[in-house]
Design a protein around this ligand. Sequence first.
Ligand code: NAD
Length: 357
Amino acid sequence: MGYDIALLRGDGIGPEIVDGAVAVLERIGEKFGHSFRFTPYLIGGCAIDETGEPLPKETVEGCLASDSVLLGAVGGPKWDGLPGDKRPEKALLGIRSALGLFTNLRPASLYPALRAASPLKDEIVGRGFDIMIVRELTGGIYFGDRGYRQGKYGEEAFDTESYSLTEIERIGRVAFDTAMKRSKRLCSVDKANVLETSRLWRKTMHALAEEYPEVEYRDMFVDNAAMQLVRDPSQFDVIVTSNMFGDILSDEASQITGSIGMLASASLGASTRGMYEPIHGSAPDIAGQNKANPTATILSAAMMLRYSFGLAKEADAVEAAVNRVLDQGWRTADLLGAEGGEALSCTEMTKKIIEAI
Ligand code: NAD
């Protein structure tokens, strides 16, 4: 079968890591008899340089016309001085919203071969963990009314959090369905002891829980969740939470795996078209040096195969290849840790993964 993939390479290490994922997809196509067609579009700083806009219209149209979107990363010091709405990062909110991507799936699992890289104590990581964070992506405080006004103490800034029942219910359904496909455990994270939006969140999740009697459901306050993630991450399977809480907790969860260069993400909406990207940024400090770890982007491509194209066998093949390469001891520089050793370049790591497929 043929699939059209929009490539948003972006800035910094974006082009290197996306090229790694493209090479892996081509190998999967060859092995399993699919054809992947890739069309590049500009986004972020490189788009500002060429068109004056971080998210040109052609990029949005190209993504909307594609079967799925693969993104590297955007941003870098060159564009840091620009005003907020002209910065490369602004394009991320724009493209998520244009594609209606209201769900962000962020897996954070511990690779046994990389256990030493986790900052947690051995007795905690020894239990292992495999968490899927389901974050609401197009609502809440990041999209609410904001501005400046005169308040009790003079000038003040404000941001507003609002959530509709519809928004909570649709992300809740994704989370319960995700839990059904995994170990059927779901933890909903909120701040219902303080926030009105969280109280509606909790009430809506409880109503959904009645429709999914097989799912072992529980609520947790966000402050406790932040603590439990480092105390005993093995207690979690699927976590569902709002945009801002998800932003923070998913970074915490990624940190305990010890390897930012390994973590993938998927942003999904009502259609099968999704946007897939590594969780890390454009790493300007190593850009253009062929040192970046391409694995997070390659695993993001595996998520695309699974969630957008329904190609589970093919996704399994990519994930198994990554595991095999790590088990064989191959590492990019970011994974070497204190014990040191030989570091593979971005292209060499890609080649190892392709060989393992
Ligand atoms: P970063 O994730 O780019 O880098 C943090 C550190 O991790 C750096 O030392 C970097 O070298 C390292 N690193 C990241 N990815 C790596 C990889 N694949 N292989 C090896 N090492 C890797 O975060 P930052 O430095 O805070 O941000 C740099 C730029 O990226 C900023 O402009 C920021 O706004 C942008 N950013 C973009 C996204 C995105 O596009 N989704 C996300 C986060 C940050």
